[in-house]
Design a protein around this ligand. Structure first.
Ligand SMILES: Cc1cc2nc3c(=O)[nH]c(=O)nc-3n(C[C@H](O)[C@H](O)[C@H](O)COP(=O)(O)O)c2cc1C
Length: 448
């Protein structure tokens, strides 16, 4: 069995399929019923990740049309597993024929073969970037739920090679093929990618992801800290080799006085907020209400058509070879929607987790209210009992009956213990309680 295909605790996502199989897909379990889901939004997200979008992405032509096969009825979730399928259309397994017996550097072939003893070499099989289409489909559902709560996840290319953005304009991101918020720098990035492509090489970069509108309080100490879950989610994307939160690695060079996010009261909203945001919106593993800021390092695409050295899969000889086929000279623009999807999946999971805590707290309050009522009723009954004891005492005196009646006491003790037995209460505890109450009765009778 291949574990590790399921993500999330409450918003549970399972992806399946390989690059060159007939279909890939995803099942989401844990979706609330009656949520309105816009399928065109899912399709839009898939188109952002789709191959063949531009000269800087792979020329594999996939329409990535999503087919919902379960879980949605008349535009709304039914609460049952939501299953989405995406057909693989433009597969060319023959491109991989000469690679069948050679380990491709930077790819998962060697490690998969060592682990499972079998590997679908066609397009990287399960380790292919193609699998991320399933994540984007699931993320698109999560994003719609987040949007209804005014939470927005936004990713963009911050750096390609050593070319970095100098300004930020959100409106520019989807207008250029590298998904860069600085339109002038985007031109330079594209030039760089085109030039490495001509050299039959590839280039990596940095994607920045921001979350706006997340209230304080989301994240679970200690192993499920928000940044821990976000890092895992982002590191699970192929070709991602590093994650930063807030000032990240730069904070190692800062002084405490520089790095601490000091607090202030917002003059308009009167809400508590931090003046700076070096922590990237997360403190102690829990969101603090500031923007969540994350960055991922994307390595240069492994498949390059430059001559490379490798070894035959049977270990018989070293070889020099060239990778044919269609590959992204830079994966960054296509990782942008995947990163957004993974962050959205983590957030929705933590939101559902938090709702359970809140409802757990409400449950606790409810039980405590009942306990308080029982305590009050117990005291009321004790008070009623004491009044009756006083009446008994008066009657005994008026009629000259003896105060202490051993037979009666024996009966009372027996009644208590029988009842305790029937109710499965602790015998010693009931005996002690009975003694306390009978002692009290005797005291009252002696005083009357
Ligand atoms: C959207 C996306 C597209 C990708 N496209 C390619 C590609 O065309 N060629 C390639 O060699 N790797 C591609 N990759 C990366 C490989 O999947 C990845 O490098 C490989 O599985 C090895 O895993 P690792 O880099 O995480 O160690 C892509 C990844 C993603 C997320």
């Amino acid at each position: 069995m291949m574990a590790g295909n399921v993500f999330g605790e409450f918003f549970r996502v399972t992806t399946f399929g390989e690059s060159h199989g007939p279909v890939i897909g995803v099942v989401i379990d844990g979706l609330q019923p009656n949520l309105e889901i816009d399928l065109t939004e899912i399709q839009k997200e898939l188109s952002r990740r789709r191959p063949g979008q531009s000269s800087v992405t792979t020329q594999r032509k996939e329409s990535d049309k999503v087919q919902v096969v379960s879980g949605i009825f008349e535009g709304k979730t039914t609460g049952t597993p939501l299953c989405m399928l995406i057909k693989n259309q433009d597969t060319r397994p023959q491109d991989y024929n000469n690679l069948k017996e050679i380990f491709r550097p930077g790819h998962a072939g060697y490690t998969f073969l060592k682990k499972y003893g079998i590997y679908d070499y066609r397009g990287g099989g399960r380790s292919s970037g193609r699998e991320t289409a399933s994540r984007v489909a699931a993320g698109a559902v999560a994003k719609q739920i987040l949007k209804s709560r005014n939470i927005k996840v936004l990713a963009y290319t911050k750096k390609i090679g050593s070319i970095e953005i100098e300004k930020f304009n959100e409106n520019e991101i989807e207008k250029n093929i590298v998904r860069c918020p600085d339109k002038d720098v985007a031109v330079k990035m594209i030039d760089l990618i085109e030039s490495v492509k001509k050299e039959r090489d590839s280039v990596g970069g940095i994607i920045e992801i921001k979350v706006m509108g997340l209230a304080p309080g989301f994240g679970e100490p200690v192993f499920d800290k928000l940044e821990a879950d976000l890092s895992k989610a982002l590191m699970s994307i192929g070709a991602v080799k590093g994650v930063e939160v807030g000032s990240g690695f730069n904070s190692a060079e800062m002084l405490g006085s520089e790095c601490n996010d000091q607090f202030q009261i917002n003059p308009e909203t009167k809400a508590i907020e931090t003046i700076t945001n070096h922590s990237g919106g997360i403190q102690g593993g829990i969101s603090n209400g500031a923007e969540i800021i994350l960055r991922i390092a994307v390595k240069p695409t492994s498949s390059i058509s430059k001559k490379q050295k490798s070894v035959r899969t049977n270990g018989s000889e070293e070889v020099e070879f060239i990778i044919e086929g269609r590959h992204d000279p830079c994966i960054c623009p296509r990782i942008v929607p995947v990163a957004e999807a993974m962050v959205a999946l983590v957030l929705i999971d933590h939101i559902l987790m938090q709702e359970r805590i809140i409802s757990g707290k409400e449950h606790l309050d409810e039980i405590r209210r009942k306990l308080d009522l029982i305590d009050q009723q117990t005291l009321l009954l004790i008070s009623e009992r004491e009044n009756l004891v006083k009446d008994v005492s008066k009657l005994k005196k008026e009629n000259g009956f003896k105060i202490y009646d051993n037979e009666r006491e024996k009966d009372v003790t027996e009644n208590w213990l029988n009842a305790a037995d029937e109710l499965q209460l602790d015998g010693v505890f009931v005996e002690n309680l009975k003694n306390l109450i009978l002692e009290r009765s005797k005291l009252i009778q002696s005083q009357e």
